[in-house]
Design a protein around this ligand. Sequence first.
Ligand code: AMP
Length: 251
Amino acid sequence: MEQIHTVQEMILRISDLHGKSVGFVPTMGALHQGHLNLIQNARKENEIVVLSIFVNPTQFNNTSDFSKYPKTLIQDLSLAKAAGVDYVFTPDESDLYPDKYRFKMTENDFSKKLCGHHRPGHFDGVLSVVLKFFNIIKPDRAYFGEKDFQQFSLIHDMAAAFFVPVQIKMVETTREFSGLALSSRNLRLSPEQKSLAAELYKTLSEKITASEASKKLETLGFKVDYVEDHNERRFAAVVLGDVRLIDNVKI
Ligand code: AMP
């Protein structure tokens, strides 16, 4: 496995692959089993696997959430190596944003709902950085988690709208035994908050209305950003302490 620090070096490596199929897994690091399952799918379906680790500043609308985002690069590199990654791309912000974010990708419908409504500009940042990665890495397939279904759906539609020749694949949510969706942000939960966090998935899975689920979560001690049904899925975002958690289930 090779770590690649610059955009220029990454472009050169990709051009040396001479048509080998490339699977790409973008992450913000603090890798856990959810990320590893994305890598495993990429490993099965492609000759080369590229993982990116980049805490993307443009998708954070809250500076303390950005500065407190967990960083575990040394451990991430050894997990990535063990999972069979070929290249880990760890660019700098100035290298990835030579334009200082003068140009961005905007979607004007679904990205304004759910997390986009509560985190203005979030999906502009996500779509912009993912499009940059697609142009640098030129993957055949790119892998995204069902946990962030809104993100998956927007990236899927962006790739189609801009004729990016990449297949966008969804990998199902990896959960703890309690039902809690694995997330890098879980590292910031206390043991008590973590056991309460498992109630999010349980409540979303109950046969009650979205507004009943929202009330129940508030009663349990969550601050609820939203619980909403869209396209046969129930989506929720809640805050515990200063940690924001999201999840969704099929209904
Ligand atoms: P992140 O590092 O949180 O930006 O996530 C990188 C990718 O991993 C995204 O496509 C996420 O949807 C995916 N991911 C994160 N957590 C999980 C999980 N528990 N199960 C499946 N995919 C996940």
